[in-house]
Design a protein around this ligand. Structure first.
Ligand SMILES: Cc1cc2nc3c(=O)[nH]c(=O)nc-3n(C[C@H](O)[C@H](O)[C@H](O)COP(=O)(O)O)c2cc1C
Length: 283
């Protein structure tokens, strides 16, 4: 059986991408139309199912097989409520049937050194970066596994905006940091597919070339606006004015200009990360 993925690609990119006939794979169709879900039904998610999803999460590839991802499964109601209360704008943090926190864990590798002999400090940029990537890959693997079974998820990086409080609630030791939380549950609604930038803007052939970015982004903004306008939700007009056309790129430029995640670098430095070159740290 073959498939052109025409409908899925149009849904994802708002474009007619003609790839021709390809092998038909339902899982790929599902992935192309995947979406974040922030509202969940009452339907319980059994612990055994969460464990299966965690097993899938930890099947993700891992830099050097160092396995520097960890997860906190936040089951204690009071602790979850303390965490959720920090982010009243995102009620799904407290309401989701399951809440996981994916961690970058640069501590465990140091502990292996302590257990087996060759001591090494793992707080260089390399240690942070590898642990962050392992945590992110594990989270995305969990997301895709969950979606395959009809569950919905929402990553929660806003945790980093209150990192000192989050670190205390989760009792994070040095060199362990949240990549993101993950809400998990059966979706209460269909949700919508968030259109992506065209591959022209994100895929470079042989060498990096963004000389046609403005054109690609203009087209994308218009396609996205035609599907789902955000014109009536202009961000901080008192600071940036009111745009005649308000599309994704205007919105993201404004969002990026407002400081988010402040304090994270300071917290990481106070919790064991030097961000130096590898080998330059005292052991
Ligand atoms: C690392 C990461 C952190 C995120 N943090 C949040 C968050 O704190 N709150 C939230 O509501 N959504 C969060 N999201 C969800 C994104 O907003 C969402 O993935 C994006 O809008 C694209 O939508 P889609 O996943 O439905 O395609 C996060 C996603 C990622 C990958």
């Amino acid at each position: 059986m073959t498939e052109t993925y025409e409908n899925e690609l149009r849904a994802r990119f708002g474009l007619d991408l003609e790839l021709g006939e390809m092998p038909d794979e339902p899982w790929l169709r599902r992935m192309l139309t995947r979406r974040t879900q922030r509202r969940y039904s009452e339907r319980a998610v059994p612990d055994s199912l969460v464990r299966l999803l965690l097993a899938a999460a930890f099947s993700a590839s891992s830099k050097s097989d160092f396995q520097q991802a960890s997860v906190i499964w936040l089951k204690e109601r009071g602790r979850r409520e303390r965490l959720a209360a920090l982010f009243p704008d995102m009620p799904w943090i407290g309401a989701a049937p399951v809440f996981l926190v994916f961690l970058g864990d640069a501590r465990r590798l140091e502990q292996l050194g302590a257990l087996r002999g060759p001591a090494q400090a793992n707080g260089a940029l390399e240690g942070f970066f590898n642990a962050a990537i392992d945590g992110a890959l594990a989270m995305q693997s969990c997301i895709l596994a969950a979606e395959t079974l009809g569950l919905g998820t929402c990553p929660i990086s806003v945790l980093r905006n209150r990192i000192a409080d989050v670190g205390e609630i989760l009792r994070l030791p040095d060199k362990v940091f949240p990549v993101a939380g993950l809400c998990l549950g059966y979706p209460a609604q269909a949700g919508f597919i968030s259109m992506r930038l065209p591959l022209d803007a994100t895929v470079h052939l042989d060498t990096y070339d963004d000389s046609r970015l403005a054109e690609a982004v203009d087209g994308y903004d218009r396609r996205r606006d035609a599907r789902h306008s955000i014109a009536d939700r202009q961000r901080a007009p008192e600071r940036f004015g009111t745009a005649a056309f308000y599309g994704w790129s205007e919105d993201k430029a404004r969002q990026a200009a407002s400081v988010e995640g402040g304090g994270f670098a300071t917290w990481l430095k106070a919790h064991g990360f030097s961000f130096s070159e590898p080998g330059s740290e005292p052991t």
